[in-house]
Write a protein that binds this ligand. Sequence first.
Ligand SMILES: Cc1cc2nc3c(=O)[nH]c(=O)nc-3n(C[C@H](O)[C@H](O)[C@H](O)COP(=O)(O)OP(=O)(O)OC[C@H]3O[C@@H](n4cnc5c(N)ncnc54)[C@H](O)[C@@H]3O)c2cc1C
Length: 421
Amino acid sequence: MTQNKGKALIIGAGIAGLSSAYYLLQKGWEVEILEQNDLTNNCSYGNAGMIVPSHFTPLAAPGVVAQGIRWMFDSKSPFYVKPSLNSRLISWGLKFLKHSNQSHVDRSASAIRDLNLASSILYNEIAQKDGFDFELNQNGILMLYKTEKVAQEETELAHKAISMGLRVDILDKAGIQALEPNTQLDVIGGINYKCDGHMNPMKLMQQMISYLKNNGVIFHTHHQVKGFETSGIYIKAVIANDQKFTADRFVMTGGSFLPELAQKAGIKIQLMPGKGYSLMHRPENPLSQIEHAALLLEARVAVTPMDGQIRFGGTMELASHHDKINMKRVEGIIQSIPKYLPDFQVKMPKESEIWFGYRPCAPDGLPYLGESSRLKNLIIAGGGGMMGLSLGPVFGKTVSEIANEQKPTADIHIFNPERFN
Ligand SMILES: Cc1cc2nc3c(=O)[nH]c(=O)nc-3n(C[C@H](O)[C@H](O)[C@H](O)COP(=O)(O)OP(=O)(O)OC[C@H]3O[C@@H](n4cnc5c(N)ncnc54)[C@H](O)[C@@H]3O)c2cc1C
């Protein structure tokens, strides 16, 4: 029997919050979760479900700004920043510019790779547990390209990945086609990141919630955290729905809402919501299935086999939270699919069939993970950006290690949550 360690209160029931609950529970903590919505949707449900050690380059990297500016003038492009005098966007943008250089990439790459590799192993362990069957498939992700320019860039990146110890195959047209015998690929080649994988995130979230409930975790839904009561360098209580919730340890997740949440505790976190869309497609010919998750590189579209169907996802709109669906950008996703996968003629979906979520994007492209230096009983886990699902379990395990006053297994020093304070 694990000894009771005390009570942990987690704010936010996305993958970061649920994973934290999972690992705290294993170490004997009594866990409660406060969630402002219900337990049916947030960024962790409708995403592309990819586990990505391949994504060791942070979003802030050389060339991204120039490419982003070119895309801003195309209404169907995969990237958009809404020009605005919003001070948060300006401050975020200046920091993003500052970090978009090679030395930042070189400093961060191995730490990001290690986090994702550790998380991939943890996903494998979770999948072995009773009650979990979330279509985990660690058979790789295919990076597909149609142009010589992208082929050259991706081959260089693949060589870097190989030099960093990742399992990667660089393939010509015939080689990549051989991996997908049931679907025609109209590409000039591709990279198989064998270190990657995919899953069904909706099933993962539902199974994780059931597991946590069955093991005594208490969920308070429709409880938006509005404030913190502190005494010196400690949080005493969290205020939600005019109630006070006390605990020994507090864990702040919050996804793309993390800046507003942290501000209530006097902590500055820089994030912009990066809105993206996804939709499900059932192939007319059931034999036209794909075996691997893939990224259609020039179009920046993600393709994931899921539940007998295929999920397509993409776009990154950096702007404040707003629930409007930009059908032009969805059209951009739909039109790009048959250019790579001619067997898939996907019809334009109705608005009600489109899912959207807000990626929590930090200006340097790195997550926020660690203990607060201002409030000693607070741990922060978020800012996973484009790889927040992939990082879920390692976030959770690290949170639990910190709560237990153990040295985190992962090297997290560059992910200091207060680095922009
Ligand atoms: C189209 C798309 C595709 C993606 N594909 C992938 C992928 O293939 N692989 C990958 O790794 N990542 C992917 N991502 C990114 C990934 O989905 C996110 O990074 C991840 O889900 C973030 O998890 P989270 O727990 O930090 O935040 P969330 O899942 O957003 O959860 C945060 C929770 O905190 C709650 N909350 C916030 N403020 C408060 C408050 N004050 N009080 C109470 N509750 C609060 C929110 O309601 C929310 O439920 C994708 C994203 C998009 C949009």
